[in-house]
Write a protein that binds this ligand. Structure first.
Ligand code: ATP
Ligand code: MG
Length: 423
């Protein structure tokens, strides 16, 4: 118990964290290029925020939230997604009174009480973006292009972009009626959950993953046939903007998304590799949400991308992630006096931008060599009796195997030059 992490959680060990750092750095660079600034909101919020923001009828709110009472009896919930907190902060910070649109991104842990399996955890991590204050479909296409640019940059291929429009409260009402009528006739062919959805959130029946339900839904009426003029032209406009960027997409009328707040555009970026957990990124427009949470009436759109799934996908496509050696240089010492000299030398090396280390646990010289080999340090510096006497350091270039004796005072500029040449 003590030595086991809670079910559905995962450690990122030091030997693996470079993958996360690479992914997060790539995301931050791209977000900047697209003009998105980072927002950081608390890991927990008042439970009502998610009930109101995500929606009472969603799987997330009904089954998946980590909710508890704090010591003062308030109901608190760990973030089950990133949008509600971002919207709350947008309103609380009065960002709506600044020039629009507001473009932001986040990297955050997300908590959902789900049955753990590959690509599905109780704590996972999302990269998400939100844009407030723009109704135009060019923004929808922009956030999609940001997600696609990321996949492109990190080398993931064969992803499928699926887009749909689920209309606005006006046109969806009409569709709702027709859909419920259709579903009511097929109740006995739908799973238990879909029978509940039929009453609470009939749209969700459309994206049930159970084969019997899929079969029963084959000739279901489609929302795209019921869109009002405004929603229809918005959806066309999205397609036009995607075409302009040469981003391929599939119109998939069965995509509805699990969250209640969506309007018009919804989309998913799906991998064919990782099976039923294949949705790597999902998003959509939520023009009613800011107002629903207590702000002014304002457009909004965003996506959430599961970073564990991105990394799984990279793994399954055999994409190597660049890994730096642990150090630029490892200093091997022979004797206590050498260690003292090396100790301050290593400090000066570090301050001048050379990542360096020395032995702290009194290894034999042979074991120090073995250890430094393991770290892949391209340079090994040796400080023994002779070197101490002469004020020099022996530097071994591990790539070429050549050795040179360098004056201690010149070591840093010597290494900086060598390391600079390597880049
Ligand atoms: P799914 O259909 O897989 O349950 P979802 O519709 O619940 O996904 P969103 O709420 O849209 O997912 O979350 C955005 C993204 O976060 C998903 O596309 C997915 O990549 C990732 N994600 C969601 N839930 C989990 C989880 N439990 N573990 C890992 N990643 C997840
Ligand atoms: Mg889910």
């Amino acid at each position: 118990m003590l030595t086991k992490a809670p079910k559905g959680t995962k450690d990122v060990l030091p030997s693996e964290s470079y993958k996360w750092i690479y992914l997060e750095n790539t995301i931050r660079d791209l977000a900047r290029l697209f003009g998105y600034q980072e927002i950081r909101t608390p890991i927990f919020e008042h439970t009502e925020l998610f009930q109101r923001g995500v929606g009472d009828t969603t799987d997330i709110v009904q089954k998946e939230m980590y909710t508890f009472e704090d010591k003062a009896g308030r109901s608190i919930t760990l973030k089950p997604e990133g949008t509600a907190g971002a919207v709350r902060a947008f309103i609380e910070g009065k960002l709506y009174s600044e020039p629009q649109p507001t473009k932001m991104y986040y990297l955050t842990p997300v908590f959902r009480y789900e049955r753990p399996q590959a690509g599905r955890y109780r704590q996972h991590h999302q990269f998400g973006v939100e844009v407030f204050g723009a109704y135009e479909a060019s923004v929808d296409a922009e956030i999609i292009s940001l997600a696609m640019a990321l996949f492109n940059k990190i080398g993931i291929r064969n992803l499928e972009l699926n887009i749909n429009s689920i209309g606005c409260p006006q046109c969806r009402g009409e569709y709702h009626k027709v859909l419920v009528e259709f579903l009511s006739k097929r109740k006995d062919r739908l799973c238990k959950t879909c029978n509940e959805r039929l009453l609470k959130n009939p749209l969700r029946v459309l994206d049930c993953k159970i084969p019997e339900c899929k079969e029963a839904m084959k000739d279901a009426p489609l929302i795209l046939d019921y869109l009002c003029e405004d929603c229809r032209s918005h959806f066309h406009s999205l397609q036009r903007y995607l075409d302009l960027l040469g981003i391929p997409y599939k119109i998939n009328p069965m995509i509805v998304r699990g969250l209640d707040y969506y309007t018009k555009t919804v989309f998913e970026i799906i991998s064919t590799n990782i099976g039923s957990q294949g949705t790597i990124c999902g998003g959509g427009r939520y023009d009613g949400l800011v107002e629903q949470i207590g702000g002014p009436s304002m457009a909004g759109i965003g996506f959430g991308m599961g970073l564990e799934r991105v990394l799984l996908e990279m793994e399954s496509q055999n994409i190597a992630i660049p890994k730096l050696p642990d150090y630029d240089a490892f200093v091997i010492t022979i004797g206590e006096e050498a260690k003292e000299k090396a100790f301050s030398l290593v400090y000066r090396m570090r301050l001048s931008g050379i990542s360096a280390d020395l032995d702290h646990i009194a290894r034999s010289v042979k074991a120090q060599f073995k250890y430094s080999n393991k770290t892949n340090a391209p340079f090994v510096c040796i400080l023994g009796e002779d070197e101490l006497k002469n004020g020099t350091v022996k530097v071994k270039d591990m790539k070429t195997g050549s050795e040179e004796s360098i004056l201690m005072d010149q070591l840093i500029s010597y290494l900086n030059e060598k390391l600079g040449m390597e880049e």
